[in-house]
Design a protein around this ligand. Structure first.
Ligand SMILES: [Zn+2]
Length: 224
């Protein structure tokens, strides 16, 4: 049990550190390059929202760095101070990515709806799989271990459904930046690199969870 698990922990940790380092480096690099129009992340994402039929979406400030997200409950982009008020290529890329999520919501993009429907059951599963897994082993109850594997599987499905939602939001942002934004090619190239690095962190996370899921499945077989 411990040898295989240790290997997964090491691979996951290294992958996670590499992905985090890559997004931090790429973001920091493009955070130093202002967009040619002199606009802020808020101004460009506002134009994107208006142009793509999501003009009723609000824009608010959220504390922290790279904490930016779109919340369908209040229909607001929550942008970090740096990306809302800043006018760098990185700020505009992140703000337009979040606007991409708002557009997904406005047009009823299916994968986003599936993802949202999975949130309550995923919260429950992510809070309980570990307890069930270790309790199942401790009391030698294979049924409980299997339940834990199913619960973890739910969190994995959620991570996998998140991938197309994230890729699509970035694709909408890049399409706007290149097509209708009036920004230059440098902004497009930089945004492409920043959003690719951000997507890698989601892919790395899903890969790590897939490895862990396979390992957990193996544990239920060894005990048979
Ligand atoms: Zn996103």
């Amino acid at each position: 049990m411990s040898g295989g698990y240790l290997l997964i922990v090491i691979i996951s940790t290294v992958l996670g550190i590499l992905a985090q380092g890559y997004i931090q480096r790429t973001y920091s690099q493009w955070a130093q390059i202002p967009v040619s129009t002199g606009e802020t992340g808020e101004q460009v994402s506002r134009r994107m929202l208006n142009q793509l039929g999501a003009s009723s979406v609000g824009i608010a400030t959220v504390a922290g760095r790279l904490t930016d997200h779109y919340d369908p409950r209040d229909n607001n982009l929550h942008l970090s101070q740096e990306n809302r008020m800043g006018g760098s290529v990185a700020s505009v890329a992140v703000a337009c990515h979040e606007a991409g999520h708002a557009v997904q919501n406005a047009i009823g993009y299916k994968p986003m709806q599936i993802r949202a429907a999975l949130v309550p059951v995923t919260n429950l599963a992510s809070q309980s799989w570990m307890l069930a897994f270790y309790a199942g082993f401790m009391f030698n109850m294979l049924g409980i271990v299997r339940l834990a594997v199913i619960l973890f599987g739910v969190t994995l499905v959620f991570q996998l459904v998140t991938l197309p939602v994230e890729f699509d939001a970035s694709a909408r942002a890049l399409s706007f930046i290149r097509g209708g934004s009036g920004l230059d090619e440098t902004a497009f190239e930089g945004a492409r690199k920043v959003l690719f690095a951000a997507a890698l962190t989601y892919v790395a996370g899903a890969l790590m969870s897939s490895l862990q899921f396979l390992w957990m499945l193996g544990q239920t077989r060894d005990r048979r």
